[in-house]
Design a protein around this ligand. Sequence first.
Ligand code: ATP
Ligand code: MG
Length: 583
Amino acid sequence: MRESRIKKSLQNFPVTPNLLDYEKECETFDWKSLALCFDGLPAGGLNIAHEAIDRHANGALANKPALIWLGENNQRIEYSFFKIKQESAKFANVLKTLGISKGDRVFTLSTRLPELYIAAIGILKNLSVMCPLFSQFGPEPILQRLQRGDAKALVTTKSLFEKKVRPFLAELPQLQAILLIDSEENESDQILSLKKLMNQASSEFEIPFTDPEDMSILHFTSGTTGMPKGVVHVHKAAYAHWMSGKYVLDFHPDDIYWCTADPGWVTGTSYGIITPWLHGITNIVDEAEFDAKRWYSTLQNEKITIWYTAPTAIRRLMRIDNNPLKEYDLSNLRLIQSVGEPLNPEAIVWGMQKLNMPIHDNWWQTETGAIMIANLISQDIILGSMGRPLPGIKVAIVHQNENGTITEIQEPNKEGDLALKPNWPSMFRTYLHDEERYKKSFVQGWYISGDLAYKDKNGYFHFVGRADDIIKTSGHMVGPFEVESALMEHPSVAEAGVIGKPDPMIGQLVKAFVSLKNGFSPSEELKRELLGFGRKKLGSAIAPKEIEFEQNLPKTRSGKIMRRLLKAREMGLPEGDISTLEN
Ligand code: ATP
Ligand code: MG
């Protein structure tokens, strides 16, 4: 297997990375030692809200901007750590007054407004459980999650409430309080003005004793492979957030950080709220949706140093053939990390060419709560790999035989199940109301992630595909990612989604759905060219045998290509759960 590597050299770093000796750190790392990095509550125990906000607000960082909010209409508001402490205290007092208490589920349904971030911290202060919903969900997925998650309170806006919740209110008898962010007056005992309640609330709130094992966040998965699962996390997860913030996001005190994920998805809470604040870092939040010019301007104007984004966004930037470094001053930027989907090598090459820096891929899941595998700023990048396990994280490629026995595959480059030994603090504690499924994800002490991967001779892990997406063709196992990445090397291809289409002769036939870059249009000739290009790159056993042009690949609202949907449509089968499908 040919390996392309991006070499790192210590002289090229404007600030010295936090992790320099990867091997040594892995050998000596001990989760217990992180206790020193946390304050603990005056009342005892560990609470994320205290560690992320109050301890900074009570100390030297009180006046430092915690949140810089960029509104859709170009508003720009700074909130200091002290301000967030006060506002979240008010929010916690509002909940308390309404009788919402420990363990009660408080859902949020809002665009990226400051109130969403304040509510998140306030909910955690009150020991209630934060359950974020994505504001672009339709009414049905919202109802389903509110019901499945036993919602007791909902924080939302007037218009989202009217459009998406009010019509179903009768089906939510357990929903005690609806807090409308932008409403001036209470409508009833149930439908309340958050503003009004906040104005009446005290800005002092003493966080009660919090057991590190108390439930903190309930997150629904992306629904890429089926019905979204409700994933339960606890306050102790902060340890893993802090550690990955230090090593993967390489936080230093003066960093300005932007995570483009919405808090409706786990990246948007773990890394869009909690992790930067645990480190006392200024967090940029942009209310607006993707827009290439706006994004480059934000990187420039806010002098962002660390940027955490996703392959889908990178691919959108790649579609526009421009020279960002000529048009924008991005000289403050020193690290780009990406998560959520495989990062095609082509995207890393693009980063080197157009942004003068590589994009670092990392891997984790809603279930793992924090980054598990990553390409690190100080370490060489092997193109197409997700990087190496973080200190304290044991990852292996395993094989399960017919009797269910698990063996670790030691041989390099051999595909198998990506499995982890659960011992890190942000590992999920259960699937809500589905203990059975939770138990099934563990075999002989290993958590089976549902992804297939291999480990190379250098210990870097490479994503092959989701177990459900793997294609079996003429006796070969083909991962869609490899085929998609090869097609993306063709100048016309913007994105590709690859599936196995049942075939009586060869089991499954590799079929690619391809969207084209601006300036290219579908034709029989281009199709033939791409088929030939695929054969040349991949060999005829793995290359796609069929290509279809599809400008709008079906994606989850978090930007992941839904191959199961491409397949269902191809085969004329029911589409299954499409609650997270992008419009
Ligand atoms: P569901 O479990 O409901 O089908 P989902 O798995 O997409 O949805 P998430 O927890 O948001 O929900 O996503 C985690 C998954 O995303 C991983 O299991 C993996 O398949 C994919 N993923 C995340 N990061 C990467 C990466 N760097 N490379 C490849 N795949 C990734
Ligand atoms: Mg999953």
